[in-house]
Ligand binder design. Structure first.
Ligand SMILES: Cc1cc2nc3c(=O)[nH]c(=O)nc-3n(C[C@H](O)[C@H](O)[C@H](O)COP(=O)(O)O)c2cc1C
Length: 583
């Protein structure tokens, strides 16, 4: 595939994926010998988990959540209840303060669906948690996908998919105004002599009146270490990806194999660049379920035991909730590609990419889902597993892994004891944590506050006066003369695909040889479409730079090499930084 910028590999982002319930992505595993997930109700269970993750060098615990039962399978919730498939389920926020008190470095990403929240109140909850965790809180922004949630939260039916994301954009704008723009840094004075605790002139109303939300007043909380919590997102639809590319600092993906996932990763980076963000600053985290043991053979034995405890009903109940496809009553051995419907064909195609040799049937699907849900999985010794992780880094260009549990206790202890030492040995995670605890964002970007190229930064105090009424539409960052660039989209003809790839490699050579180049990425968007994201040092050099070369060269080549004229857009970025080693 195309071009990998990274000469030396930075540290990966390591997240653990869990949920306040028994069965998360692991249907049937509560029956595995020694499993303790029924203790999810105890605070000690969570404190112990947080300690294990910190010992294992994890950056974050990502806690999923849903607001309704999985009731698509069979048209009711019975299978989900019988098998504990994400039900019963508790709240993801409640355990975080206690876990943070028991750890120093681990961050906590909680899933909260903004579709059923009000931004004014939600902003208060997250600021409180950011204070209590000393800046170690993250928010996984979801818009919800369950009808069973909508009807119990006062709606007749779900709000339409894209409309939920439109609401979400405005919800984010209100939150940014409250978190970033309402209180000045020095608003709290605590001046014992004069009796002034907070200076009222430094606390501002946000005066938000939009299509969905009206918040005239000020944030109720004083600024917390990060102000805006570190932002996770996992939208997979076209609208969801656009939302993620705009707001997310880390995107969580599911993908079946590194090669196919690369296309999706490149699309996210391209979309981020379109929003005026450094595409490398968007951390892409792939979900993975490792089954590890001292040797490959022992790991295979473990896998056999896991499979023997799998519950097919639980797997298909989860599958129904995720995809809307009800496989109850279907012949368990009928090939999936013989079922009717676009939805099922899309998933059948996806499964063919997992294993093209296998004839996928409902039974095989359920067996596959029992090991980590829809995540990719890998089985073997620590060396085998980490070789596999490196393949993901190289081929898919992801920045880290979201490790789903099969059992608790089990998965994360095994990871800590077997995989973490191998990751450290290969320099993929640091040997030690810094002496001073860092906030969630600081660990990733080296700073606690939003980066300047993130849209929320436009609402920072100072920036706030000028932009208080700025809409949630794409922000055009004003240029600083130091950083300018190009975003190019090119469509090849089927017969010129290879020629275009060669041309892109040649152009990369130009870019690398040129002193003014800051970043150069060329990537594939779909089968015949390619993108270039190129930033360079100054306006003056614009014509001489590779930019000039690209334009000149394209003028000559476009008729023979491209299906349609190239789309060349200038980029004016406020700042572009390369990805610093160690995040
Ligand atoms: C790794 C991962 C974790 C997710 N966790 C949750 C979750 O906890 N709760 C939820 O409602 N949706 C979750 N989702 C679903 C998405 O965030 C998103 O809401 C859903 O895919 C619908 O949006 P879309 O149509 O843009 O994909 C998750 C998705 C992925 C890939």
């Amino acid at each position: 595939m195309l071009i990998d910028q990274r000469a030396t590999r930075p540290h990966i982002f390591l997240s653990a994926f869990d949920m306040h319930c028994v069965v998360h992505q692991n249907p049937g595993m509560w029956r595995y010998p020694g499993d303790q997930t029924h203790n999810y109700k105890d605070i000690e269970y969570w404190i112990e988990l947080a300690r294990v993750l910190e010992q294992g060098g994890f950056d974050a615990l990502f806690i999923a959540d849903v607001l309704g039962f999985y009731d698509v399978y069979g048209g009711n919730r019975d299978a989900a209840l019988r098998t504990a498939a994400q039900a019963p389920v508790g709240d993801p926020l409640m355990t975080i303060a206690a876990m943070s008190a028991a750890t120093t470095h681990l961050s906590f990403g909680a899933t909260v669906s903004l579709t059923y929240e009000l931004p004014y109140k939600f902003a208060k909850t997250m600021t409180t948690l950011d204070h209590l965790t000393k800046g170690r809180v993250a928010w996984n922004i979801v818009t919800s996908y369950q009808q069973s949630a909508a009807v119990n939260l006062g709606l007749d039916t779900q709000i339409a998919h894209d409309e939920r994301y439109n609401m979400a954009d405005e919800f984010m704008e209100v939150c940014y105004k409250l978190w970033e723009g309402s209180w000045e840094d020095d608003a709290v004075r605590r001046d014992v002599e004069t009796g002034l605790y907070t200076d009222p002139s430094k606390v501002h109303d946000i005066r938000h009146a939009g299509k969905y939300y009206k918040v005239p007043g000020a944030h109720l909380c004083e600024p917390s270490p990060q102000r805006t919590p570190f932002l996770f997102q996992a939208g997979a639809s076209a609208r969801g990806r656009k939302f993620a590319a705009r707001h997310a600092e880390a995107v969580f993906l599911i993908g079946t194999n590194p090669k196919d996932t690369r296309t999706v990763v490149d699309q996210y980076r391209m979309l981020a660049a379109e929003q005026g963000r450094d595409p490398r600053s968007l951390k892409i985290i792939i979900m993975l379920t490792p089954i590890v043991a001292e040797t490959d053979a022992a790991a295979q034995e473990k896998l056999a035991l896991i499979k023997s405890r799998a519950q097919v009903d639980a797997a298909l109940a989860l599958w129904g909730g995720w995809t809307g496809i009800d496989l109850s009553g279907a012949d368990p051995d009928k090939p999936l590609d013989q079922f009717q419907g676009d939805g099922i064909r899309a998933f059948s195609d996806m499964l063919t990419r997992v294993d093209s040799e296998l004839v996928w049937t409902p039974r095989r699907l359920a067996e596959w889902l029992c090991v980590g849900g829809m995540s990719a999985s890998c089985v073997g010794s620590p060396r085998t597993i980490v070789d596999h992780l490196e393949e993901w880094l190289d081929v898919a260009d992801v920045d880290g892994f979201n490790i789903a549990r099969v059992t608790n206790y089990g998965t994360f202890e095994d990871f800590r004891d077997l995989i973490t030492p191998e990751l450290r040995r290969r320099g993929l995670i640091p040997e030690d944590r810094p002496a001073r605890p860092q906030t969630a964002r600081e660990r990733v970007y080296g700073q606690s506050r939003l980066r300047d190229d993130h849209p929320g930064a436009a609402f920072k105090v100072g920036a706030a006066q000028a932009s208080a009424r700025r809409s949630a539409g794409p922000v055009t960052l004003r240029t600083s003369p130091r950083n300018v660039g190009l975003l190019v989209t090119l469509k090849a003809k089927p017969e010129t695909k290879e020629q275009l790839e060669t041309w892109l490699h040649d152009m990369q050579q130009f870019a690398e040889d040129e002193a003014g180049t800051i970043t150069w990425y060329a990537f594939q968007i779909d089968d015949l479409t390619y993108g270039i994201y190129d930033t360079f040092l100054s306006h003056e050099g614009r014509e001489d730079h590779i930019h000039g070369q690209i334009v000149k060269s394209l003028r000559t080549l476009q008729h023979e090499m491209l299906e349609s004229p190239p789309d060349i857009r200038p980029l004016d970025l406020l700042s572009v930084k390369s990805f610093a080693p160690g995040h």
